[in-house]
Design a protein around this ligand. Structure first.
Ligand code: NDP
Length: 285
C-alpha cells in the first residue's frame, strides 16, 4: 500500500488560523506582534523567502518591517541596525536572511540579535536552552517537522530516528528535538560509512541533505515515516526534495511531499515564534 501523505500545506493552514486568532487577541490587549527582516544584497532566492515572510506577517495581522542593504554594507552598519531593533518595542522578532556576504561575520551577526527576539532560534543561547530542554525559540524548520508529526498523530517516544544531514540550522537541531521527545537518534553525514545500513533501521527518517532524490527505496524500512526537508531542483529544473518520492512512497508508511510538505511549516513556525515573543512582552507587563 502506498504511503500516507503528510499534507504540510493543510497542517500549516490550520496552524496559521490558530496564530491569526491569537494575534487578534493580542492586538486587543494593545500589542501587535512585529517581525523585522534584514536582507543584504540581491540574492534572488533570499528575496523570495523574505517576501513570503512579509506576506505571511500581513496575512496573520502582524507588523512587518523589511530593512534592505546593498551587498557592500559594512558589518558595523548591520550590527548597529540590529542594536536599534533590539531596543525597538514594535519589534518582537528579528531575523537576518542568510546567507550574508563573506566580508560580514555571520556568527557575530547572529550573536548580536537579542536572544529574546531571536525568532529563527539560531542564537547560541536559544540553542543551549533547546539542548537542555528549557523554554527556547526553536529553529523553524526542525520545529515545523515536529509539529507535522504531532498533528499527524505519530508517536515519537522510543522510536529510532535517523537524521541524514548535520547542519546547524536543520540536521543537528532536528535530531535534538527528537531526542527531547525521547527518541533514539542517529545522525548521518557525508563521512558516514554504509549509509543504507543506518537509514534502513529508521522508524522515522529525516532527509536534510540538499541533493535531489538522494534517498531511494533501498534506504527505507517498510512502513517508516519519511520526512523530506530538502528543497532542490532536478535536471528538468523542477522543485524536488532529497527523497525519490515515487519509489519511496511504495515502501514508507508516511511521507512528506515536496513541495507542500515541510516547506509551508517553516514560515508558519517563524510566525508562531514571533507571536510567542510578543506574548512574553504582554505577560511581563
Ligand atoms: P547543508 O548543505 O548545510 O547540509 C547538508 C548536510 O548533508 C551536511 O551535513 C552533509 O554532511 C550532508 N550530506 C551531504 N552529502 C551527503 C551524503 N552523500 N551522505 C550523507 N550526508 C550527506 O544543508 P541544509 O541543512 O541547510 O539544508 C538541507 C536541505 O534542506 C537543502 O535542500 C535545503 O534547501 C533544505 N532546506 C529546507 C528548508 C525548508 O523550509 N523546507 C529550510 C532549510 C533548508 P557534512 O556535514 O559531512 O558535509
Amino acid at each position: 500500500m502506498p504511503a500516507q501523505i503528510i499534507d504540510g500545506k493543510a497542517i500549516a493552514s490550520k496552524k496559521r488560523m490558530e496564530i491569526a486568532n491569537e494575534v487578534q487577541k493580542l492586538k486587543e490587549s494593545g500589542i501587535t506582534p512585529g517581525l523585522a527582516v534584514i536582507l543584504v544584497g540581491d540574492n534572488h532566492a533570499s528575496r523570495t523567502y523574505v517576501s513570503s515572510k512579509q506576506k505571511s506577517c500581513n496575512e496573520l495581522g502582524m507588523y512587518s518591517l523589511l530593512i534592505e542593504y546593498p551587498e557592500h554594507v559594512t558589518e558595523e552598519e548591520l550590527l548597529s541596525k540590529i542594536d536599534e531593533l533590539n531596543n525597538d518595542d514594535r519589534i518582537h522578532g528579528i531575523l537576518v536572511q542568510l546567507p550574508i556576504p563573506k566580508h560580514i561575520d555571520e556568527i557575530k551577526v547572529i550573536e548580536s540579535i537579542s536572544p529574546e527576539k531571536d525568532v529563527d532560534g539560531f542564537h547560541p543561547i536559544n540553542i543551549g536552552r533547546m539542548m537542555t530542554g528549557q523554554d527556547a525559540f526553536l529553529p523553524c524548520t526542525p520545529y515545523g517537522v515536529m509539529v507535522l508529526l504531532e498533528e499527524t498523530g505519530i508517536n515519537i517516544t522510543g522510536k529510532h530516528v535517523v537524521v541524514v544531514g548535520r547542519s546547524n540550522i536543520v540536521g543537528k537541531p532536528s535530531g535534538q528535538l527528537f531526542l527531547n521527545k525521547n527518541a533514539t537518534v542517529t545522525y548521518c553525514h557525508s563521512k558516514t560509512k554504509d549509509l543504507v545500513s543506518h537509514t534502513k533501521q529508521a522508524d522515522i527518517l529525516v532527509a536534510a541533505v540538499g541533493k535531489a532524490n538522494f534517498i531511494k527505496a533501498e534506504h527505507v524500512k517498510e512502513g517508516a515515516v519519511v520526512i523530506d526537508v530538502g528543497i532542490n531542483r532536478n535536471e528538468a529544473g523542477k522543485l524536488c526534495g532529497d527523497v525519490a518520492f515515487e519509489e519511496v512512497s511504495q515502501v514508507a508508511g508516511y511521507i512528506t511531499p515536496v513541495p507542500k510538505g515541510v516547506g509551508p511549516m517553516t514560515i508558519t513556525m517563524l510566525m508562531y515564534n514571533t507571536l510567542k515573543s510578543a506574548k512574553k512582552v504582554l505577560n511581563s507587563k
